[in-house]
Design a protein around this ligand. Sequence first.
Ligand SMILES: Cc1cc2nc3c(=O)[nH]c(=O)nc-3n(C[C@H](O)[C@H](O)[C@H](O)COP(=O)(O)OP(=O)(O)OC[C@H]3O[C@@H](n4cnc5c(N)ncnc54)[C@H](O)[C@@H]3O)c2cc1C
Length: 472
Amino acid sequence: MPELSSRRRFLKKAAVASGGALLGAVGLNQVSPRIWREPLVFEPNGSYWARSQPPQNPPLTNDIAVDVAVLGGGFTGLSAAYYIRSISPQKRVVVLEAKGCGNGASGRNGAMVLTMTADRYMQFSPAPAIDKKIYDLTTENIRRLSKLSVATAIDCELETNGALQVLVTSDDVKAAKAYVEQARSLGMPVEFWDKQQLAGAIGTEVYEAGFFDPNGGHVHPMKLVHVFKRAAENAGAEIYENTVVAAIEEGRENILHTTGGHAIKAKSLVLATNAFTSRLGYFRNSFMPVREYVAMTQPCSEQQLAEIGWRMRVPFNDSRTEVFYLGLTRDNRIHIGGGSPNYVFNGGVGDASAAASHSAQLRRELARIYPKLSDVSFELAWDGVVDWSMDESPSVGYTGRYKNIFYGLGYSGHGVNLTSVFGRIIADLEAGREEPWTQYPFLNASLEYVPNEPFRWLGAQSQMAWYRLTES
Ligand SMILES: Cc1cc2nc3c(=O)[nH]c(=O)nc-3n(C[C@H](O)[C@H](O)[C@H](O)COP(=O)(O)OP(=O)(O)OC[C@H]3O[C@@H](n4cnc5c(N)ncnc54)[C@H](O)[C@@H]3O)c2cc1C
């Protein structure tokens, strides 16, 4: 009897304790954004691409009133500004960028120009006909990039020789074969390459097979930033750099406050702030700002490339969750990115020691893929932040009480091409035109819930530990 009652007491206490813990957790999740404010810090871009950063414009030095204020001078913001002015040349449109244009992911990435969205790449949704439309839309956008590069007279080194996904496991091979069969029946010109064909194109024999998309490509990302910057300015947008927006007062007319003490009144606001969006209090529960690493060799000689057998100038990424991706610059440098990402508590800034260990991991992977490059050293390495949504799906649309705040985010490492599709959609939405975009799943898509700190950090750590365990 006493034993039973003590067991009952224990169970009761345990129930109260776990209920309390749950309530505590829910409460902590709710108050967390007030306890841990995300830092409004913008680290300088130390990438290879940054060497080609366009000359910077002066910062904003007075109060202004505009039709549209675009926050963020990356692909999303600059393309949105370009398309808004192209549709409505009478509107005053300004872009406000915290540092220089291309300081975010747009000027630090892996340079792969891809069709589709991250969640539907090599994967059909329950609506394959829509997937095919997304394929056509994103393919057509790559042609637009090429035309815009010519129109602005800025050579962004766009090579449209296709893009490869190299397959690591036999399950990946099976899935890719099935995908290619269905895709081709829908008219998508993608191909399955066996091990031999793959080795003939990129030399290495470490992969089982490949998925080839002839519509993908490779670009110099910062030169593409320059294309959009010039296109936006030619269309009449004003761009202010080194101008940090610290706070937003929403209204029929939004008021933005800069750290320099200036106010911008804007009828429409475009949040093109990607992985930094939550630092302004928006979409905090829609994505995780995950840090990824990239490294670049010195130029390889023609003989070195011939020796490793990288004959076809196509970029490639592998099929692992902690994906590695490689590409060739015009002067034959090899860049490799990916591997284990890093999530810094509260979306904070990175640290140098993490960068060094990630660079070592990239070095090992390059030597594994191309043993003949074991002695080649990196000229430089850098990092960048990706706006990862839980299921890798992106969203573009409008928010706010007055539906005058437009946004595009959740690209999940697949935004070099998609960003300017979203820039175009944002311009249409800003002009009050929802068609033809209502048929696409990313219009005003609500993204899966991401908890606040410390749960976000805990979740990220355990997920990444799991990948490391299962994919090493
Ligand atoms: C390491 C890495 C590798 C990648 N590789 C690929 C790839 O190979 N292929 C691919 O398709 N995608 C890749 N991506 C993803 C792709 O680069 C992004 O999806 C894309 O660049 C996002 O562009 P954006 O304009 O939306 O954001 P960003 O380029 O990040 O621009 C946002 C801008 O907003 C500014 N900003 C933010 N807050 C404020 C503020 N408060 N005030 C003023 N300015 C502000 C920032 O300074 C920044 O310049 C990669 C990303 C990274 C980081």
